[in-house]
Design a protein around this ligand. Structure first.
Ligand code: 13P
Length: 131
């Protein structure tokens, strides 16, 4: 099962903290991230993360394409609600395609915890049914 992790600059510390707290659960999934988020996750948490382009140069669109191809089971996207982003259309497109495909999408830490709990539950029931 593949998950995407993304955070705007002001929110990266929160996402890193979440990833450290939930490392044991997150490392059971195939993780991907936008470029700078992925680099920081690798360096600061030791998680194995596939890195896409940085968000402003196409990373959000690459994650969106993974969703469209049904290669992404959940998105953790901590957005900065107080800073204008040059690639706002890409961000909107990513949120839209997640809704089109009904992909669980967390935009804050309490929903991130709840969604990760549910995805772990799904992963475990998939593993059981393949035994
Ligand atoms: O801009 C982003 C999401 O919209 C995140 O990109 P980075 O992870 O490269 O900072």
């Amino acid at each position: 099962m593949r998950l995407a992790l993304i955070a705007h600059d002001e929110k990266k510390p929160e996402l890193i903290e979440f990833a450290k707290n939930r490392k044991a659960d997150l490392e059971r999934f195939d993780l991907m991230a936008t470029g700078t988020t992925g680099k920081r996750l690798q360096e600061e948490t030791g998680l194995d993360v596939e890195r896409k382009q940085s968000g402003p140069i196409g990373g959000d669109m690459q994650i969106g394409a993974e969703i469209a191809d049904e290669n992404c089971a959940g998105v953790f996207f901590l957005r900065d609600p107080l800073t204008a982003q040059p690639h706002e259309p890409d961000i909107t497109a990513l949120l839209r395609i997640a809704d089109v495909h009904s992909i669980p999408l967390a935009t804050n830490l309490s929903s991130a915890d709840a969604i990760l709990d549910e995805l772990v539950r799904q992963l475990e029931s998939e593993t059981r049914s393949h035994r």
